[in-house]
Design a protein around this ligand. Structure first.
Ligand SMILES: [Zn+2]
Length: 172
């Protein structure tokens, strides 16, 4: 099996070990907040991880939020050409209520519409990947201090992406 073969999404989403590995990398917060990915981050700022099992021939590196979507909604909800979009513009976010299925063109249109928003995620000077990595590392460092320390660390990590001091109120 190579990485180029189709991803066996239905099998992966039904694999308890895969779902458990996915779940333990999600930092869950308040229902409306972004739930950050604590695993690997792609060049585009999306969560990545190795799903499946080599012995079963299902081992693949997949986008975390796509697996999360399929676990939540089933593989049939992602038809041809559909992608899982982030309404919060945080590609690493794993909060299912922040996802929506849509066309790739919608994603691109959103990007151009929102990237100029001062203080918004798409205007982060570190880029999407740098932002997601900074938040992930801040959470991991703050975890021993408990949830309040983590919330403070997330706020600092997000603000660091906007040296001008611009801030956008959370959309959620
Ligand atoms: Zn989010």
């Amino acid at each position: 099996m190579t990485e180029r073969e189709p991803v066996p999404w239905a099998q992966l989403a039904a694999d308890d070990a895969t779902v458990a590995r996915y779940s333990e990398r999600v930092y869950r917060r308040a229902p409306d907040a972004c739930w950050w990915w604590l695993g690997a981050i792609s060049d585009t700022g999306h969560g990545k991880f190795r799903a499946g099992a080599r012995a079963a021939g299902t081992s693949r590196v997949v986008s975390a939020h796509v697996l999360g979507w399929i676990v939540e909604h089933g593989v049939d909800t992602l038809g041809a050409g559909l992608v899982v979009r982030h309404r919060c513009d945080e590609g690493a976010c794993q909060n299912p209520t922040h996802w929506v299925a849509g066309a790739r063109a919608d994603n691109i249109a959103d990007y151009y519409a929102r990237r100029g928003r001062l203080g918004g995620p798409l205007a982060d000077v570190r880029g999407a990947a740098g932002r997601a990595v900074a938040v992930r590392d801040a959470i991991l460092a703050a975890l021993p201090g408990g949830p309040e320390a983590v919330e403070a660390a997330i706020a600092v990590a997000l603000a660091a992406g906007h040296p001008s001091g611009a801030q956008q109120d959370p959309l959620w």
